[in-house]
Structures are given as C-alpha cells and as structure tokens.
Design a protein around this ligand. Structure first.
Ligand code: ADP
Ligand code: MN
Ligand code: MN
Ligand code: MN
Length: 332
C-alpha cells in the first residue's frame, strides 16, 4: 500500500524558530525524495524566489499514524543545495566532524508548559493557584495537570525509537520535562526536534498547546530550561577534563548565553534555581550555579557536567555545536 511521510522542518521565525510539517503520500516501497516548500510563508525566502528545499536527515516510524507511515526530520537547503541560513544543523555537523574523535555526548532536559484557554494548564480562572511546592514530581489531581498527554508522548517517542530517557512534573503548575540522550552533537538535535514535534502534535488532540516559553509567568514561578548534560570520552574517564570543561565554558560565558535562547535574561535572574545570566559559576551539586557537577560525578571523579543555562526555547543544534567547539577545542 502507499504510505505517508510527514516532512518536518524548522522555520525562520524570529527570534525563535517554530516547527512546520506537511504530508507526502508515496507509492508502496518508494524512497523518500528531497522535497520543497514555500519559504515566503515561513520567513525563509522572499516571495519572488520562494522555493526552499527539504532534505531528509532522519526517518523514524510514525507512532501516531502507525503502519508503514514515517516521520521525516529535514534540514532546509537553498535550491543550489547549500545549507539555508536558518539551517543550524549544518554547524553541528561541522563541529562533530571536527571533534567526533573525542566522542561528545549530550543529554537534554526539555522543560515545557501546557497551556489551555490562554493560561497555564491548571491555572484557575480569575485567580492564582497554590504557590510552588507540591507540583514538582507531584501526584494527585490537586497537583497535576496533563499527565495523560505526557504518557502518550513518552510512549510515542519510545515507539518512534527516539532516545527518551525519562519524564517528570516540574516546579511550576502545568510544567513538565522529558529528557533525550545521551546522543552525539547532531543526533541529539535531530531527536529533540522530533520529540518536540510529537509533543505539539499529541497535545493538539487534547486541545492543549505545549510551549517552550522560558518564563511563562513572571514573578515567583520557575522558568523553563533545557539543561544540557555534556561529556567527552576523556570526561567520562577522569576528573581533570571535567574541570577543564567548566573553565572553558567560563571563558566564553557571554557568547554561550547569547546563543542559549531568546529571553534568557528574564529566566536567568539568580532566583528560582538559576545563576544570573551575567555571571559564570560552577560547582558540585549547586543548582544555583551556571554549570553543575552532579554529586555522583564528584564521588566517582569522572562523568559529565550540566550546563543549566540554556532556555527551554534554545535550539539544540546551536547549543550542542557551541559546547562541542568550546570544550573540545580546549581538551584537544
Ligand atoms: P537532573 O538531575 O538535572 O534533573 P535528569 O535526570 O533530568 O537530571 O537528566 C540527566 C540527563 O543526563 C539525562 O538525559 C541523561 O541521559 C544525561 N546523561 C547521563 N550521563 C551522561 C553523560 N555521560 N554525558 C552526557 N549526558 C549524560
Ligand atoms: Mn531533570
Ligand atoms: Mn527540570
Ligand atoms: Mn537538570
């Protein structure tokens, strides 16, 4: 039978790109071709030269449609087959080609917030919910909103073969997290973008939107981040490279913060388990530091570090490419 391929790509919206997708019906057994779209409708091209190219980079079984149907993560190319200016994956490929011998691994913690009727899911009409305290890893209908979507999404990721490694309810009401990885500099971006698409798509069926807004509610409510856990083979084997990696990140702190997602100064205030965006620090078990060394890593004197700065709305290709370049150029 003919089958459906959902071509998924990242658009050119500023300051934060969104996902787009469309369906191609293919003959039984036919290969996935490159395809095109109207870049003038996605902030990727002027109307007079509107064609952009979709180049498949990762194909997984479609857990929603089932059967032979597939999801196709694509990169965007110009018609001369060079990377489009919005194609952030290209730099991740370059970084991995350069430093792949150091075996960089990433584990991303994607936090997000469910919205219903224009407010965070669970937020009462015309009032305030109980303050933070019981929502994180909470249980019960008085603490938790949207678990049915989370369960569906986790299963969908597993069926698609995406490396989801866990989920938890977060500190703010209606806020959740899933983790992807560990995977290399390029694969972690491919799989996180696919997992984001599945989240939006599944929540659609519940009339709920999932957002990556980094500070959904101002004031005494936690923001949403994309903590980035990182290691190289050397870091997984001994202690000194762990410290060298932290120091290397400190030397380029400003450049990193600027690439870690729009609105980062609203989230990295120094409150709510963050370090101020303008200062760099690292420490063992310190959730108020820019970079945390987990306690097991300190105990075993090897493992990985957690960069807590990236926003939920950060582009994983950009974050992973930058961390690979910054740390691996020092460890080389
Ligand atoms: P937290 O305690 O900060 O909430 P999580 O358990 O949510 O941490 O996420 C930890 C992430 O770190 C997971 O995605 C996991 O796959 C990843 N991870 C574990 N070991 C490594 C490693 N050596 N290198 C990179 N990432 C790793
Ligand atoms: Mn976590
Ligand atoms: Mn978290
Ligand atoms: Mn974390």
């Amino acid at each position: 039978m003919a089958y459906r391929a959902e071509y998924i790509w990242i658009d050119g919206k500023k300051p934060t790109s969104l996902l787009r997708s469309k369906t191609k019906v293919l003959a039984d057994g036919a290969d996935l071709p490159i395809w095109g779209f109207d870049g003038s409708s996605t902030e990727q091209a002027p109307g007079t030269q509107s064609d952009c190219v979709l180049n498949p980079v990762k194909v997984v079984p479609d857990p929603i449609r089932g059967g032979d149907d597939v999801l196709v993560m694509c990169e965007v190319l110009n018609v001369d087959m060079t990377p489009h200016e919005t194609n952030t994956r290209a730099a991740a490929v370059t970084a991995l080609e350069k430093y792949g011998d150091q075996e960089p691994w990433f584990g991303l913690e994607q936090e997000y917030t469910f919205y219903k009727d224009g407010r965070p899911h669970g937020w009462p009409i015309g009032g305030f919910p109980a303050p933070q305290g019981g929502y994180y890893c909470g249980i019960g209908a008085d603490e938790i909103w949207g678990r049915d979507i989370v369960e569906d999404h986790t299963l969908a990721c597993m069926e698609a073969g995406i490396s989801i490694s866990g989920t938890n309810a977060e500190v703010m009401i209606g806020q959740w997290e899933f983790q992807i990885g560990p995977l290399d500099t390029v694969a972690v971006g491919d799989e996180l973008w696919l997992a984001r698409w599945l989240l939006y798509r599944i929540a659609e069926d519940y009339d709920i939107s999932a957002t990556l807004e980094p500070k959904p509610v101002a004031g005494d409510w936690n923001g949403a981040g994309m903590h980035t856990n990182f290691s190289t083979r050397a870091m997984r084997e001994s202690w000194d490279p762990i410290i060298e990696a932290c120091e290397a990140l400190g030397e380029k702190a400003q450049e990193h913060v600027e690439s870690y997602g729009a609105g980062i100064e609203r989230r990295l205030t120094g409150m709510h388990e963050t370090a101020p965006w303008s200062e760099f620090s690292y420490g063992v078990s310190d959730r108020g530091a820019s970079v945390r060394i987990p306690w097991q890593v300190d105990q075993e004197k090897k493992g990985y570090i957690e960069d807590r700065r990236p926003n939920a709305n950060a582009d994983p290709y950009v974050v992973a490419a930058l961390m690979t370049d910054t740390v691996c150029s020092k460890l080389a």
